[in-house]
Design a protein around this ligand. Structure first.
Ligand SMILES: Nc1ncnc2c1ncn2[C@@H]1O[C@H](COP(=O)(O)OP(=O)(O)OP(=O)(O)O)[C@@H](O)[C@H]1O
Length: 133
């Protein structure tokens, strides 16, 4: 009951829906190189957060930043798949626009995450290493 089955009718129960959703996450991790890079950065941020003992407020921002990037990557992958399904390997201006806008969404989300990361981690690291400006 993974992504490789040939089911086209509706899922019969919650378990079947869950299996297909997990298959979607697996597909994202296994096929999307940029997604794996973002997940690696998220894991580094979480490890640093544990080390620096972030406050609950700081964790909320870090969590938001991670999920914004993940959601943008999910939408980007969906757009790429649908565009490829529709136009295949034929060049089309609208296909280019859809893919570039979706990639732009990931870029904007990544910049948001970078800003959040800098705002939280730079002061925490300065405090940790007794750096005063
Ligand atoms: N069918 C198409 N028609 C026009 N331009 C296309 C088409 N397919 C891809 N492109 C252009 O090529 C770029 C790369 O497309 P591709 O499908 O390889 O995305 P990708 O490299 O997988 O994206 P990402 O870097 O987010 O993983 C797109 O951003 C777009 O500018």
């Amino acid at each position: 009951m993974g992504l490789n089955d040939k089911q086209v009718n509706k899922n019969r129960n919650f378990f079947q829906s869950l299996m297909h959703a997990l298959g979607g996450v697996y597909s994202l991790v296994s096929t999307e190189r940029n997604f794996r890079k973002h997940i690696t950065l998220a894991v580094i941020a979480i490890i640093m957060g544990i080390w620096l003992q972030l406050t609950i407020n700081e964790w909320l921002w870090i969590t938001l930043a991670i999920f914004v990037v993940v959601v943008a990557e999910v939408l980007n992958t969906v757009v790429e798949s649908i565009v490829d399904l529709i136009v295949g390997h034929h060049y089309h201006d609208e296909a280019k626009k859809a893919k570039d806008v979706a990639a732009g969404g990931v870029l904007i989300a990544a910049i948001f995450a970078l800003v959040i990361g800098c705002l939280i981690f730079i002061p925490e690291l300065m405090h940790e290493f007794h750096i005063h400006l």
